[in-house]
Design a protein around this ligand. Structure first.
Ligand SMILES: Cc1ncc(COP(=O)(O)O)c(C=O)c1O
Length: 484
């Protein structure tokens, strides 16, 4: 394939055929990869050769770049496209979003602002999310790279909501009382990151314990807020979770709203994957009751909506205030007229990024092609498969459950093993062996002091047979390692 000195092809028709073949080969390879190993380690020789590759000062033929990608990069994918990938919380990717990604790349729109088609699709997607999560008309929102980014933005809006917008100018140095934010022990690490990097300090993120269902303890939360007020702190925000990363638990949003109202705190919900249970069948959907009461909600399309990386979102109950927090428009960005420079409001005024990709198209393609009903079925199926895995684990001779599988996460350890070191060692060996053999990817976490095996099923390709197969292998490996 020849590219001109002006960087474009000499013949666009030739490129069209070339790309059609390239895409077809990618799709065939994806299909065959679903039947082979989940994950394959990058060989040392490839790591070394990639690391030592010199700066490409002169051109290389596109065909040979493609060959290098196919032989040295593509075989070593992360594995989350595979039906037996249950590690961390990683979505699989959809066919409509794959097509959208090609379209996004060809359009190459900058969605920071201005008046062009992509902006209207992002507005539409934000409006759809407001409807899905029953937020009011005046709510605002923006698509982000993921829930970590969304939580970071939400925290910034919450700080200015408490202190006032004047602090945008003066900075926080004049605030003589520390602000305090609250979350539970189940809160995601992105909350700590947001607290630390927004200058609140993790000493002022108060971590509250949880009940047997891994939900934040409301009495402890209230007591802590009262004590903090007495000691002169400024309680300003409670960060709760719809689907905690460790155990898939949902906090009690209705009760937390009452507490936030009573103590004038911003209520944020981290709904990275769990928010989408709103689309699932009963009883799963009822876990999201009260989600609409949040001041802000963060969620990911790249988890339980299965959309390709990266794509998350944030909606804030008061969209105008969100805009006031982030809006800054120097002369060269001033809106004017009815031409391209018009089109207010601009998305750059609802978050940190000025240059923004057209993330909304893959959501639009995915939502429209399947419809929310079908996507809801997929979410329900993931919850049901998690329950199946939990049931098989519960009935096995080798493992015991460490959490109630309320949504799409289940954790388990060796049955009746009270020796923490022995449990941890064997669980780690099992997870490592399954990853290295390419049979399945689980991850590990810690529950009640034990290192436990954790499955997050946010994978629309997983079927009952995958769950049954892998429980068989887990049992075989437990017996193997326990008898060594
Ligand atoms: C509950 C929860 N919150 C936040 C995150 C961070 O999301 P992201 O990776 O999209 O930034 C995750 C990631 O798994 C999560 O499960």
């Amino acid at each position: 394939m020849k590219l001109d000195n002006n960087l474009d092809p000499q013949d666009w028709d030739e490129l069209a055929d070339y790309l059609a073949n390239f895409t077809a080969e990618e799709v065939r390879e994806l299909a065959s990869s679903l039947k082979s190993e989940v994950w394959k380690q990058v060989p040392d020789s490839i790591k070394q050769s990639l690391f030592s590759e010199s700066l490409p000062l002169i051109e290389t033929d596109l065909d040979s770049v493609v060959d290098q990608y196919r032989s040295g990069i593509r075989p070593y994918r992360n594995g989350n496209t595979h039906p037996r990938f249950f590690g961390w919380v990683q979505g699989t990717g959809t066919v409509p979003a794959l097509m959208a990604d090609i379209a996004v790349s060809t359009m190459n729109s900058n969605c920071g602002g201005r008046d062009h088609g992509a902006i209207y699709i992002e507005r539409l997607v934000v409006n759809w999310c407001k409807q899905i999560f029953s937020f009011p008309q005046q709510a605002g929102g923006v698509l982000t790279s993921g829930t970590s980014a969304s939580t970071h933005l939400a925290l910034q809006v919450a700080i200015f909501s408490k202190l006032g917008l004047d602090y945008k100018k003066s900075g926080f140095f004049g605030v003589n009382k520390p602000l305090r934010c609250y979350t539970s022990v189940e809160g995601h690490s992105s909350i700590i990151k947001a607290i630390q990097t927004n200058g609140i300090g993790s000493d002022n993120l108060i971590v509250i314990g949880t009940n047997d269902n891994n939900q934040i303890l409301l009495d402890d939360l209230e007591l802590q807020i009262k004590n903090d007020l007495l000691q002169g702190f400024i309680p300003f925000m409670v960060i709760t979770t719809a689907g905690t990363v460790n155990t898939g638990a949902f906090d009690n949003f209705n009760e937390i709203r009452k507490l936030c109202d009573a103590y004038d705190c911003w209520m944020h919900i981290d709904g990275a994957f769990g928010a989408w249970l709103k689309l699932a069948d009963s009883p799963y959907s009822s876990l999201t009751d009260g989600i609409q009461l949040a001041d802000s909600l963060a969620f990911d399309f790249h988890k339980l909506m299965y959309v390709q990386y990266e794509c998350g979102g944030l909606i804030c109950r008061d969209g105008a205030f969100q805009q006031q927090v982030f809006s800054i428009r120097p002369n060269y960005l001033a809106t004017h007229g009815k031409a391209l420079a018009g089109g207010d409001p601009w998305f750059c005024d609802f978050g940190l990024e000025l240059s923004r990709s057209f993330r909304a198209l893959k959501v639009w393609f995915t939502f429209k092609t399947y419809g929310l009903q079908k996507l809801g079925f997929a979410v329900t199926k993931n919850c049901r498969l998690t329950a199946l895995l939990a049931d098989l684990i519960n009935h096995s001779d080798n493992f015991e459950l460490m959490n109630l599988p309320v949504s799409t996460i289940v954790t388990f350890k060796l049955k009746n093993e009270s020796d923490i070191n022995r449990n941890n060692e064997v669980c780690e060996q099992i997870v490592t062996k399954l990853q290295l053999s390419g049979e399945a990817v689980f991850s590990l976490t810690r529950v009640r002091g034990f290192r436990v095996i954790r499955a997050a099923i946010v994978n629309h390709r997983t079927e009952d047979k995958d769950i049954k197969f892998i429980v068989g292998r887990l049992n075989q490996l437990a017996e193997e390692f326990l008898n060594i």
